[in-house]
Design a protein around this ligand. Sequence first.
Ligand code: NAP
Length: 374
Amino acid sequence: MTYTVAVSGASGYAGGEILRLLAAHPDIEIRTVTAHSNAGQPLIDHQPHLRSLAHLTLQDTTPEILAGHDIVFLALPHGQSGQYTDALGDVPLVIDAGADHRLTSQDSWDAFYGGDFHEPWAYGVPELLVDGVKQREHLRGASRIAAPGCNASTVSLSLAPGIAAGVIDAGDIVSVLAVGPSGAGKSLKSNLLASEILGSANPYAVGGTHRHIPEIRQALAAASGVSSRSARSTAEGSARSTAGGSAPSTAEGEIRISFTPVLVPMSRGILATSTAPIVEGVSDAQIRDAWQSAYGDEAFVQLLPEGRFPRTADVLGANTALIGLAIDRAANRVTVVTAVDNLVKGTAGAAIQSMNIALGLPEGRALSVNGVAP
Ligand SMILES: NC(=O)c1ccc[n+]([C@@H]2O[C@H](COP(=O)([O-])OP(=O)(O)OC[C@H]3O[C@@H](n4cnc5c(N)ncnc54)[C@H](OP(=O)(O)O)[C@@H]3O)[C@@H](O)[C@H]2O)c1
């Protein structure tokens, strides 16, 4: 079967990457591309690297134009998706790259985004541990999927195994991320001019204000066994047996994370360095086993051998999250270094991997574990 697809936000970075990956997908026919200020123009003028899609013209983003497809991707600025998703009830599968359907807590939405709150959809991070299973179990047959925030999924994948196994303390997480400016989208912003970022490392959203913080706390609480989506009780979650013994579940409010992104002069990429205290009595082998057993069978999330740490260059263009793990006994903390391509594993790759799962297709179809180098 061939699925017809419409991609909105097709002139932007996330929409462009969704199109690049879908163009190589044998089960997909890209029928419609839409935009906003650039509607009416040839797609190729805005995505000159997408040569096989040169025949497509950007249309207006309206519910009428998006309707009538098997699958609709929304890659719009946050706060814009909800108005369309409400009107796309007949579309069998809708995947939102924006934040509008990620959060389960309206309080968190109000505090970090504002505007209308929309219902949460299945979270598009298949490898994430959620209540003792992988999130892919919640994606099978899904009709509405929220692709992740790129920084959020990077940090959540980094730490979920340690929290699920009860070997690290979720109450004192510190994450510092080197991020490329493509994560902020293609629209013109003076702080993203080449003259502002070349030769400089620029911190932003310092001090607990970044919008991905509630998404991380939600994902890590779910990893610990407290999924607000399934409303499971803390007592139920804490019954799991773990490497470190019995791991108490951690409610979202008990996940404390200091999160600092730093803009660096690379177009794509995230290098997230996250640390958290080691739970008393846990051995080095138990720590490493937490990550190894979580990701040992995963194609797209890979734990590097001891002593090895990833570079963003290693995952450029790949749907792969590479993780390096260090056990710092002097500081009594675990250090996790994770590299992803924000536009692939951080957005479009996660969206298409989730689409494949939802449709019952091979999970890795049209996705590559290999990067582009140098
Ligand atoms: N960039 C990343 O690494 C990344 C990672 C994860 C998630 N995301 C999410 O993906 C979404 C898109 O991000 P992006 O980086 O691709 O942004 P972008 O490059 O700025 O692209 C935004 C797209 O949305 C269109 N658009 C703007 N306002 C619109 C409106 N009111 N109605 C309909 N379409 C509108 C734009 O069309 P025109 O060009 O015609 O104006 C453009 O195609 C965001 O929600 C972002 O959070 C991005």
